[in-house]
Write a protein that binds this ligand. Structure first.
Ligand SMILES: NC(=O)c1ccc[n+]([C@@H]2O[C@H](COP(=O)([O-])OP(=O)(O)OC[C@H]3O[C@@H](n4cnc5c(N)ncnc54)[C@H](O)[C@@H]3O)[C@@H](O)[C@H]2O)c1
Length: 246
């Protein structure tokens, strides 16, 4: 078991990549706090995972809730920040409210949970932080200006934290998923005038000819969370079926 008796917090744990990561971490011996604004989702997942997981209903943008959650956990060995949203609009169609909403959830919601978890991690002299960015942070992407920008910021934040806390025994890395079959991806295609054509275009960008499975991303998060990656910090790990190689 690669996370035996480790304490982990996962944001965005009610769905998609966050939920798959929670399932894998529990199978690998971790005790997991499931953070999400979807109360029914985290409650159901906690019940499925038995005594190894507890739900914590929160908006990731809420500083007080982040602090309370981390204080309740006491020790935090691992943080995975998977909460995220995508509105799918080019710049001209992006209102200031759209822009601020995406940056608040994807960037501020990542920053706040990292900052709160750094308190117990620095006190304990160890910790692994795994952020979830996107291959679009590196490649760019059409029709999603606020989202792509936010993922670039997540990569930059990850590297800053990696350097600032390396001497405290803390590692910080990011996963760059390619298009991964989750409700977020399905909603993204559903917003397009021709969802099937959008899906086919996206699929064609993946040399492996398939979308990511949530377990592909969870496995990368497990590697970065565990001691197997003890000499790894500040990296962007693409898990994208070859997208960035093309
Ligand atoms: N699915 C993909 O193709 C893909 C590709 C690259 C990156 N990502 C990133 O992976 C992460 C997970 O995405 P997913 O595809 O699993 O999405 P998802 O929509 O299936 O899950 C996201 C979860 O985050 C939660 N959430 C959203 N806003 C929140 C908030 N303000 N407070 C608390 N919880 C909130 C949602 O309730 C949901 O449970 C996101 O950061 C996303 O940008 C996804």
């Amino acid at each position: 078991m690669r996370l035996k008796d480790r304490t982990a917090i996962i944001t965005g744990a009610a769905s998609g990549i966050g939920a798959a990561t929670a399932r894998l971490f529990v199978a690998e011996g971790a005790r997991v706090t499931l953070v999400d604004r979807d109360a029914a989702g985290v409650t159901a997942l906690a019940a499925e995972l038995g005594g190894h997981a507890r739900p914590f209903v929160a908006e990731v943008t809420d500083e007080a809730q982040a602090r309370t959650c981390v204080e309740q956990c006491g020790t935090v060995d691992v943080l995975v920040t998977a909460a995220g949203i995508s509105l799918g609009k080019p710049a001209l169609d992006t209102s200031l409210t759209d822009w601020n909403t995406v940056q608040a959830v994807n960037v501020t919601g990542t920053f706040l949970w990292i900052r709160e978890c750094l308190r117990p991690m620095t006190a304990n002299g160890r910790g692994s932080i795994v952020t979830i960015a996107s291959q679009l942070a590196r490649a760019g992407g059409r029709g999603n200006a606020a989202y792509v920008t936010s993922k670039g910021a997540v990569v930059a934040l990850t590297k800053s934290v990696a350097l600032d806390y390396v001497d405290k025994g803390i590692r910080c890395n990011t996963v760059l998923p390619g298009a991964t079959d989750t409700p977020l991806l399905r909603r993204s295609f559903g917003r397009q005038p021709d969802p099937d054509a959008a899906r086919a275009r996206s699929l064609a960008r993946h040399p492996m000819g398939r979308f990511g499975d949530v377990r592909d991303i969870a496995s990368a998060a497990l590697y970065l969370a565990s001691d197997e990656s003890a000499f790894v910090t500040g990296v962007e790990l693409p898990v994208d079926g070859g997208w960035l190689a093309g």
